[in-house]
Design a protein around this ligand. Structure first.
Ligand code: PLP
Length: 398
């Protein structure tokens, strides 16, 4: 097994200059908020400038065609047609659209896993509370080293009342890649609609949404694709497009007088700047110029290096195999338990604050099922030296 090393950084260090990240900060938290390269930021600004030149012309005569072009580029990147994509602000927005469109009845069930993102669990708890439905949170096996066992455990939560399966492509607290191809295939066989929560997978994993055949897939392009903040999208399979209802009701039709499409409800939710969505093609171009496979290989090598270096400090190993099938550009590494009681919402673990204040390292410490993890995200601008810096800081603090 070959771990990356600081010497390897030399070949990659020019990438750092493409971002405007603070030079003194080791930014290992792309998974929470992924900064856009300078070039992508400039393109975003160009779109806003273009809007300012003649807002009526831009909104009414140009915007729909420009959004269609952006959807074609995105569709090509993720293996689907532009007709199946709507631009929204972020993945949270998309999950809310799916939740409020589902028409749940008392006694219905929505099935998800205990790896789901906290805000996603909250969306579904809230909609179930309002409708009298039930959220079933299936606990996944521990350790996770057998995809079939994971799938069987998930589907053992299915009943005749299951109306939707909500599953991560890559989970947030644990950074695990879920076997969504097999999950979607089995769900189709059992006639259960699937909504895939995909913000951490866009760019990190190859996507072919038409082949995946899920019902909904939503993501935030402002994570790993490094598009500007506010560039989410919702994919809806043609069989479910007409079931979708807006969470923000506006005109619900084309401003340019074009034939109505399901996306109209979402593309115009009142006057707003669409620059972030329109910049998605430039973010794709940027990553493709770097080489998408280079990005995946390098960022996974760095995540693997973090696994090795931090595991050496803590003596603890993650509960997933050391394989690109189980983790990609981000890895959640177990930490010894802290002294503090479970944290209140919005309160950071003291270790996270110390890493930031004393060492200028931005990395999340995550509490999940009574355990603590440090979640290390690696992108083209990340260096092995920064991971060494984190390992040394942890040795001092733990
Ligand atoms: C798995 C997962 N789903 C959804 C979201 C929400 O993304 P956003 O804040 O861009 O809406 C996140 C954010 O980190 C996430 O990790």
């Amino acid at each position: 097994m070959s771990y990356t090393s600081a010497e390897n950084d030399i070949a990659w260090r020019h990438w750092r200059c493409e971002w405007s990240l603070s030079p003194d900060v080791a930014y290992l938290n792309h998974g929470s908020f992924g900064p856009a390269p300078k070039e992508v930021q400039r393109v975003r600004q160009d779109w806003t400038d273009r809007l300012q030149v003649e807002p009526f012309d831009f909104y009414v005569r140009q915007l729909e065609a420009e959004l269609s072009h952006a959807a074609e580029c995105l569709g090509e990147f993720i293996g689907t047609s532009a007709d199946n994509l709507a631009f929204i602000d972020n993945a949270t927005f998309g999950m809310n659209i799916v939740a409020s469109s589902l028409d749940l009845q008392p006694g219905d069930e929505v099935l998800t896993t205990n790896h789901a993102y906290g805000a996603v669990l909250r969306i579904w708890r809230e909609i179930c509370r309002r409708t009298g439905a039930r959220l079933v949170v299936q606990r996944m096996p521990e350790p996770l080293n057998d995809a079939q066992e994971l799938i069987d455990t998930l589907f053992s939560g299915v009943t005749e009342k299951t109306r939707l399966l909500v599953v991560d492509h890559i989970s947030s607290p644990t950074a695990v890649i879920f076997p969504i191809v097999d999950i979607c295939r089995r769900a189709r066989r059992q006639d259960i609609p699937v909504c895939v929560d995909g913000p951490h997978a866009l760019a990190v994993k190859p996507l072919s949404l038409d082949a995946l055949d899920c019902d909904f897939y939503l993501a935030s392009a402002h994570k790993w694709l490094s598009a500007p903040f506010g560039s989410g999208f919702l994919y809806a399979h043609p069989r479910v497009q007409q079931t979708l209802r807006p969470v923000v009701v506006s005109w619900g039709g084309s401003l340019a007088g074009a034939e109505s499409r399901w996306q109209d409800e979402f593309h115009w939710s009142g006057t707003r700047d669409a620059a972030a969505s329109l910049t998605i093609p430039s973010a794709i171009d940027f990553l493709c110029r770097a080489g998408i496979l280079n990005f995946r290989r390098r960022s996974h090598d760095l995540a693997q290096y973090a696994r090795f270096r931090i595991g050496d400090v803590t003596g603890l190993q993650p509960e997933i195999p050391d394989s690109p099938g189980w983790y990609g550009s981000m890895i959640a590494l177990p930490l010894p338990p802290g002294d503090e009681p479970p944290l209140k919402k919005g309160v950071r673990d003291p270790l996270q604050s110390q890493l930031w204040k004393q060492f200028r390292i931005e990395v999340p410490v995550i509490h999940w099922h009574g355990r603590r993890f440090i979640r290390v995200s690696c992108h083209l601008y990340t260096s092995a030296r920064e991971i060494d810096r984190l390992a040394e800081a942890l040795r001092e603090l733990l």
